[in-house]
Write a protein that binds this ligand. Structure first.
Ligand SMILES: NC(=O)c1ccc[n+]([C@@H]2O[C@H](COP(=O)([O-])OP(=O)(O)OC[C@H]3O[C@@H](n4cnc5c(N)ncnc54)[C@H](OP(=O)(O)O)[C@@H]3O)[C@@H](O)[C@H]2O)c1
Length: 250
């Protein structure tokens, strides 16, 4: 496949990094002539070009610019597909702006830089397989059936790393509060997240919770404190609010 990146910043760059060993031919469209050299140095296997009007003919275009910028991009030709990672830009708007056989919207998260994004994607089902292959270069890619579901996925997995960091920070703070050294608390928290992620791959969260919580044990007491603080309801509301905001933005 010929993959053309329009936007090779944090997110576009993470996808390009993930594709380094693939057989796809990678093109990068620079937004100014001065950007050609730095981009060539950063991605020596890619063909970097600058043009006032970007030739997208027959290519799979990965659109990874800021949402406020995409309407200023001039293109010529018809792309095989447009895969947009832009937050809040609807498929209909992409169809108005670009000419392509297929359109896909994807929502990666910040873990893309570690090839560990949980990326939701939707759009033209006939390009689902190819889009999945491309997006799997930055982690897991999970198809959702509508743009509404993509906004829910955004509230869960797009914003999710921030929520997980709050949990990580707060747990470590709790341990420090009880007298553990910060470095030890941080290492244990990191291990806790790694271990929990592995367990979660093939277990239901409530079953894991039940297996840890023994009668009148430490976990049961800790759990009571979380319920008293309405932590569960706080997370449910966080996803609801983030979803509503994603709908507003798009
Ligand atoms: N970062 C994330 O975690 C994340 C997560 C989910 C979705 N996204 C989406 O990904 C998109 C990109 O975000 P980002 O964080 O990667 O932003 P970014 O680091 O600013 O990258 C955008 C890149 O696009 C370049 N660019 C601007 N106009 C261009 C044009 N006309 N042609 C070619 N390149 C152009 C910019 O160059 P200059 O610096 O020269 O302007 C910059 O290198 C956004 O729409 C965002 O919603 C990001």
């Amino acid at each position: 496949m010929q993959l053309l990146f329009i936007g090779a910043g944090n997110m576009g760059g993470a996808i390009i990094d993930g594709l380094q060993d693939s057989k796809n031919q990678i093109f990068i469209s620079a937004n100014k002539k001065e950007k050609i050299e730095p981009l060539k140095n950063k991605y020596p296997n890619a063909i970097v070009e600058y043009s006032e009007s970007v030739n997208i003919e027959g290519k799979v275009v990965i659109l990874a610019v800021k949402p406020q910028v995409y309407k200023t991009i001039k293109t010529n030709g018809k792309a095989k597909a447009i895969i947009s990672v832009m937050a809040g830009v609807k498929l209909d708007s992409l169809r108005e702006q670009f000419s392509a056989d297929f359109f896909i919207r994807a929502m990666p998260n910040v873990a893309a830089s570690h090839k560990a994004s949980a990326t939701a994607f939707t759009g033209d089902i006939d390009f689902q397989k190819e889009a999945k292959e491309i997006l799997e270069n930055i982690g897991q890619a999970i198809w959702v059936d509508s743009e509404k579901e993509l906004n829910i996925a955004t509230a869960l997995a797009g914003s999710g790393p921030a929520y997980m960091m709050l949990v990580a920070e707060a747990l470590a703070d709790g341990a420090v509060r009880m007298g553990l050294k910060r470095a030890t608390a941080q290492k244990l928290t990191q291990g806790l997240f790694e271990g929990s992620a592995k367990i979660l791959k093939d277990a239901n969260p409530s079953a894991v919770k039940d297996s840890v919580m023994s009668p009148a044990g430490t976990t049961a007491y800790g759990y009571e404190a979380l319920e008293e603080a309405k932590v569960r309801s706080g997370f449910i509301k966080a996803v609801e609010k983030a979803f509503k905001r994603a709908e507003e933005l798009s």
